[in-house]
Design a protein around this ligand. Structure first.
Ligand code: 5GP
Ligand code: ZN
Length: 113
């Protein structure tokens, strides 16, 4: 099984890393949609949000906390930022290893496209 984000987490594929710990890896999106566009991913391969179980509750919480910490580091916390999880085709998920988008640095439209 090949997975781009497993390759990035395991450093077989280069990325601009901004945070890592035992369970989480964060790096800059290769096709940024805002001045700050960071992807926060678990080291564990989980294809979609539908595959999360009770045992992942702490992991998901840690991902959100890491995103908040990165927002502070990027100085986008005061003006505002958005966290996005896309699940499956209609939401536009293109990489099937869950990832949390951190977007900010400009005014973001609502509703999303
Ligand atoms: P999705 O559409 O699945 O929610 O988001 C996938 C994201 O991964 C996209 O924003 C896309 O730009 C990003 N992406 C895909 N491949 C790579 C890659 O090889 N490197 C980096 N840094 N980002 C990638
Ligand atoms: Zn993976």
């Amino acid at each position: 099984m090949s997975c781009i984000f497993c390759d990035i987490v395991e450093k077989r594929r280069p990325s601009i890393s901004v945070y890592e710990d035992e369970r989480i890896f964060a790096f800059r999106d290769g096709n940024p949609q805002a001045p700050t566009h960071i992807l926060i991913v678990p080291r564990k391969h989980i294809p979609t949000l539908n595959d999360l179980g009770d045992e992942d509750a702490d992991l998901v919480g840690r991902m959100v906390l890491a995103a908040g910490e990165l927002a502070r580091k990027e100085s986008i916390d005061e003006k505002g930022y958005r966290l996005v999880w896309n699940c499956n085709a209609w939401a536009g998920q293109s990489v099937y290893h869950i990832h949390l988008h951190l977007l900010g640095g400009r005014r973001l439209g609502w509703p999303p496209g």
